[in-house]
Design a protein around this ligand. Structure first.
Ligand code: HEM
Length: 469
């Protein structure tokens, strides 16, 4: 047995692990969050473990995460290196920290903003999708339904409209296949598979191969869309995110050393926006409806706000400030079940000192967002669903600094604003028309969830009972 920091003196403390596997067995997704919580209690906010041969530093509580990601951004903003040479030109989410990532991030933000993030034009599209989801629910007439695919369809169509300039019919076979692929891509996996040696283990290798195949299918879909766009591209009429990228690639001379983004870089970035933009928000809504179905009193209060502010008109973002209880509920959903609880892995670019501990360069870093928001020291009874924790004594919304579901620092979520727009409009529209209940007599659904790349609830059924207008 070896302690994670036993070879170097001033590493953060941490648990002992096996000689070859290190603490890998404790990284099984089903127990990982509770294992990390127990280690935090024993070793403090910054501790280290080994996954196989790799040193991993875990940051716990928002202050330690802030000390690293915000106060030392040049050191803590890198990502683990790619595993195959062919993956060198990543999209934005896994790009190494540096010029290439900066360009992709800037372009990604420009594209999201140009196609509506934070604007009214996009609000209309989100409302339209939320209404389409409601139309399907009307047909179900209050019967027990698994809403998972339906919510993914609705949310994904928003990013489809922004990326490709078109939405899909929910019954479109190609769209359905894409939805299944994306949901499988983000379930399973977990952080350990970012460690090269772990990927060589037979069980991980098999999983990895199927992931590469699925990812390739998503890429082929995006390539086909880019090809269609090229055929009809008009620089005077930029239609969607793909056109923003085409404009950028057309403006640059392929022979020049200062090209900003390559073709494959563009494809991978559109893929990242697409995957990150689809499954994350949809999964938050899946958790949200599950908690709401167990807390009818919370739904009633939200419905009172919606009825008072909007009546039968579509919920408008500009009035969000007048619905503090609804807003507080959205924050509470994101707090109690953060859908990316361990963020996306970071690595250190160089050696540094954090809170008096030596952290070598190229160390794998896990910002434990879960620990910040489920910390009994700042959120008493963390497993209790209570939107009231985000309201002050006057009923106004408060946003505590430990609330960090989108992470912190330079790698902070690129689509945060879009996600917030979607969460509000989808939730408000759904609750304007329905009350969500668990089916009579059914066993209580599990609130534990499964941890993959995203942390999703296990499949459950729910009844969308139409409200009497
Ligand atoms: C990264 C959360 C929705 C695009 C991230 C990260 C988190 C996160 C925790 C990792 C930050 C880090 O590395 O420290 C969420 C949550 C969402 C959401 C909770 C919804 C509720 C979206 C949407 C988009 C998006 C709608 C875009 C359309 C991205 C991208 C990155 C990212 C591109 C990588 C940023 C980079 O590496 O520079 N997100 N996200 N996300 N997110 Fe989101």
């Amino acid at each position: 047995l070896l302690g994670a920091g036993s070879r170097q003196k001033n590493l953060p403390p941490g648990p002992r692990g096996l000689r070859l596997l290190g603490n890998l067995l404790s990284f099984r997704p089903s127990h990982l969050l509770s294992n990390l919580a127990a280690w935090r209690q024993q070793y403090g906010d910054v501790f280290c473990v080994r996954i196989a041969n790799k040193l991993v530093v875990v940051l716990n509580g928002h202050k330690a995460i802030q000390d690293a990601l915000v106060k030392q951004p040049e050191v803590f903003s890198d990502r683990p290196p790619p595993f195959r040479d062919s993956d060198k030109d990543q999209g934005v989410a896994m790009a190494q920290y540096g010029e290439d990532w900066k360009v992709k991030r800037r372009l990604g933000l420009t594209a999201l903003r140009q196609f509506g993030m934070g604007k009214r034009s996009l609000e209309g599209k989100i409302t339209e999708e939320a209404r389409s989801v409601c139309d399907v629910l009307v047909e179900k007439n209050g019967t027990a339904t698994d809403m998972s695919l339906l919510l993914s369809n609705g949310v994904s169509n928003v990013i489809c409209a922004m990326s490709f300039g078109e939405r899909f019919d929910y019954n479109d076979m190609e769209f359905q296949r894409l939805m299944r692929l994306m949901s499988e891509l983000v379930s399973g996996g977990g952080v350990a598979r970012f460690i090269p040696l772990v990927r060589k283990l037979p069980s991980f290798k098999k999983d990895q191969e199927s992931r590469i195949r699925m990812s390739q299918e998503v890429i082929d879909f995006i390539k086909a869309k880019i090809k269609e766009h090229k055929e009809t591209f008009d620089p005077a009429d930029i239609r969607d995110i793909i056109d923003v990228y085409l404009m950028e690639t057309q403006q640059q001379n392929p022979d020049e050393a200062d090209r900003t983004i390559s073709e494959i870089g563009m494809i991978n970035t559109v893929r990242d926006l697409f995957i990150a933009g689809a499954e994350t928000t949809a999964t938050t809504l899946k958790w949200g409806l599950l908690y709401l179905a167990r807390h009818l009193e919370v739904q009633r209060k939200i419905q009172e706000e919606i009825d008072r502010e909007f009546g039968a008109s579509p919920p408008a973002l500009s009035q969000r400030g007048k619905l503090p209880y609804t807003e507080a509920t959205i924050l509470e959903i994101q707090r109690i079940r953060p859908i990316v609880p361990l963020s996306v892995p970071h690595t250190t670019s160089t050696a540094t000192v954090l809170r008096g501990f030596d952290i070598p360069g190229n160390t794998f870093v896990i910002p434990n967002l879960w620990s910040a928001m489920m910390d009994p020291a700042v959120t008493p009874d963390p497993e209790t669903f209570n939107p009231g924790r985000f309201l002050d004594e006057n009923g106004s919304l408060v946003r505590p600094e430990w609330f960090i579901p989108f992470s912190l620092g330079r790698r902070q979520c690129l689509g945060e604003q879009l996600a917030k727009m979607e969460l509000f409009i989808f939730l408000a529209t759904l609750l304007q028309h329905f009350t969500f209940k668990l089916p009579d007599g059914a066993a209580a659904p599990s609130m534990k969830g499964s941890l993959g790349i995203v942390f999703a609830p296990k499949a459950y059924q729910i009844c969308a009972v139409p409200r009497d207008d």
